[in-house]
Design a protein around this ligand. Structure first.
Ligand code: AMP
Ligand code: ZN
Length: 458
C-alpha cells in the first residue's frame, strides 16, 4: 500500500509498526451543528482506506474523536467555543447539543455505509488524559502561562513550521492585529484555557473542569494528541484529516507530541482535499450546505453520494452538483442491475488489478474505471456479479440490496416539497392532506427534527 504522506510530501510505502496491523486516527466531527456533505466527504475517504487495508489482509484499529468542547470560533484561540455558541442558538444545553449532533453524525455514517470506527471517543470523556498531557508538556519546558490560559511555546520547537511549510516570519508580520497580545509568538496556541472570571461580565461556561492551573477547558488540539496516544500508543501508523488541518491543527498536534515525548506521534499524515460547490468551498455564502438528511429528503439515495465521491481522487477533491449526484445514481443503479441468480467465481486478474489501483494511494477513479471495463469484458454474468460483490467489500455500495426506497417518482417528490412548505407555514391541515396523498401513492413520510425521510410502503 502506498499513501501520500504530507509529512514527507511523497507517496510512501506503508510500513506498519506492528506487522499485519494498522492503527489509524481520524480527526472527527465538531458536534455543534448538522454535518454537511463536505464533512461527510472526509469520512467516506477514510472508510475506503480502512476497507482497503482490511481487504488486503491488515487488521485495522480505527479511532475517531468527537470534538464536543474547546473548538473556538477563531483559529487563534479567541472567540466563543463553537459548542457553547451552537447551544445558545438552539436554546439547548451544550451536552444536549453534543448528543443531538453526534446522533445525527452516527446516523449519517450508517446512511453512507461508513463503518463505525472501532473507537469513537469524546473530548469531554478524556479531560484527565488531556490535563496529564499538558502537565508533561509543561514539565518539559514547552509551555507558559498568560492571563487567559496555558500556551505552547512554538519557538521551543525548532521544526514547528516544517510540517506545513509555514513562513513563520510572514505569520509574525501579519499578526499585528492579533487580539491576544500576551502571547510570545503569534503561532503559539492554547493547551488549556481559563474560564472567564466572575468579574469579567462574560457568561459562565457550561463545560469547565478543575485543573492544576485553574478552572477551564482544554485547547482544541490537545484532545487529538491525548486520545490518539491513549488508544494507539505514543507512536502509531496513520493520522488522517481534511487538508484544512495541515497548517494549524496537525502542525500543533505534531508540536504537542514533540513537547511531550520528543517525537512525532504518527508516521503517515494523510489529508483529503475539499468538496466544492459552484467552484467554491462549501459554505454559507457559496451554498451547497446540504446535509445527508437533506439529500435523503430530496429523494436521493445516500449511497449515490458515496459513489460520486469515488469518481475523483481524495487528493483532488470534487465539485458537487445535484446533476452529478443524479448521474451517480444512474451508474449505481446500472451496477445493481447486473445481479444474477447464481454466483460465479471471482475473477482473479481483475481482483489483482483492483487491489493494485487502490493500493496506489487509494486511486478510486481508476478502480471505478476498472469495474466498467470488467462489465464490458466477455466474462460470464455470474463471474462479473461475483467479482463486483467482492469489490463491494471495499466500495460499500450495498450492491446486492436494490434499494427501492430511493426509487421515488417525481410526483411524490413534488408532494413532499409542497408538504414541506405547508409545515413551514404551520398549515397542518394541508400538511396532513398531502401526507395522505403521498401515502396513496405508496410512500410514507417520517418527520425528523429538521427534515423528513421518505420510505416505500411495504
Ligand atoms: P468539523 O466538524 O467542522 O470539525 O469538520 C469536520 C471535518 O470536515 C474537517 O476536518 C474538515 O476537514 C472536513 N471538511 C469540512 N468541509 C469540507 C469540505 N467542503 N470538503 C471536504 N472536507 C471538509
Ligand atoms: Zn484532530
Amino acid at each position: 500500500m502506498y499513501l501520500y504522506n504530507t509529512a514527507t510530501r511523497k507517496k510512501e510505502e506503508l510500513k506498519p509498526i506492528k506487522e499485519g496491523k494498522v492503527g489509524i486516527y481520524s480527526c472527527g466531527p465538531t458536534v455543534y451543528s448538522s454535518p454537511h456533505i463536505g464533512n461527510m466527504y472526509a469520512y467516506i475517504c477514510w472508510d475506503i482506506l480502512v476497507r482497503t487495508l482490511k481487504y488486503i489482509g491488515y487488521e485495522v484499529n480505527w479511532v475517531m474523536n468527537v470534538t464536543d468542547v474547546g473548538h473556538l470560533v477563531n483559529d487563534s484561540d479567541t472567540g466563543e467555543d463553537k459548542m457553547e455558541k451552537g447551544a445558545k442558538k438552539e436554546g439547548l444545553s451544550v451536552w444536549e447539543i453534543a448528543e443531538k449532533y453526534q446522533t445525527e453524525f452516527e446516523e449519517n455514517l450508517k446512511d453512507l455505509n461508513i463503518n463505525h470506527p472501532d473507537i469513537l471517543c469524546k473530548a469531554t470523556d478524556n479531560i484527565k488524559e488531556q490535563i496529564d498531557l499538558v502537565k508533561k508538556i509543561e514539565e518539559n519546558g514547552f509551555s507558559y502561562q498568560i492571563s487567559d490560559g496555558i500556551y505552547f511555546d512554538t519557538q521551543k520547537y525548532i521544526d514547528y513550521g516544517k510540517f506545513a511549510n509555514l513562513d513563520l516570519e510572514k505569520i509574525k508580520n501579519g499578526a499585528r492585529v492579533e487580539i491576544n497580545n500576551e502571547k510570545k509568538n503569534p503561532s503559539d496556541f492554547a493547551l488549556w484555557k481559563f474560564s472567564p472570571s466572575k468579574t469579567s461580565g462574560l457568561p459562565k461556561r457550561q463545560m469547565e473542569w478543575e485543573s492544576p492551573w485553574g478552572i477551564g477547558f482544554p485547547g482544541w488540539h490537545i484532545e487529538c494528541t491525548a486520545m490518539s496516544i491513549k488508544y494507539l500508543g505514543e507512536v502509531f501508523d496513520i493520522h488522517t484529516g481534511g487538508e484544512d488541518h495541515i497548517n494549524i491543527h496537525h502542525t500543533n498536534e505534531i508540536a504537542q507530541g514533540y513537547g511531550a515525548f520528543g517525537k512525532t506521534t504518527a508516521n503517515y499524515w494523510i489529508h483529503n482535499a475539499f468538496i466544492t460547490f459552484k467552484g467554491s468551498k462549501i459554505s454559507k455564502s457559496s451554498g451547497g450546505l446540504y446535509t445527508i438528511r437533506d439529500l435523503i429528503q430530496m429523494g436521493h439515495d445516500p449511497l449515490s453520494y458515496r459513489y460520486l465521491v469515488f469518481g475523483s481522487h481524495y487528493k483532488r477533491g470534487i465539485e458537487f452538483s445535484i446533476d452529478s449526484l443524479k448521474s451517480a445514481q444512474v451508474a449505481l443503479n446500472k451496477l445493481r442491475s447486473y445481479k444474477t441468480e447464481s454466483l460465479g467465481k471471482v475473477d482473479e486478474e481483475f481482483q489483482k488489478e483492483f487491489i493494485d489501483r487502490l493500493s496506489d494511494n487509494l486511486a478510486t477513479p481508476e478502480a471505478i474505471a476498472l469495474i466498467w471495463k470488467m462489465m464490458k469484458s466477455n466474462l460470464t454474468p455470474e463471474i462479473k456479479w461475483a467479482t463486483l460483490l467482492d469489490f463491494d467489500k471495499v466500495l460499500g455500495l450495498n450492491l446486492a440490496n436494490n434499494n427501492s426506497d430511493f426509487d421515488i417518482p417525481q410526483k411524490v417528490l413534488e408532494l413532499v416539497e409542497k408538504r414541506k412548505k405547508a409545515r413551514i407555514d404551520k398549515n397542518w391541515a394541508e400538511s396532513d392532506k398531502l401526507r395522505k396523498e403521498i401515502e396513496d401513492s405508496g410512500f410514507l413520510v417520517e418527520d425528523l427534527q429538521n427534515s423528513c425521510k421518505i420510505r416505500k410502503l411495504k
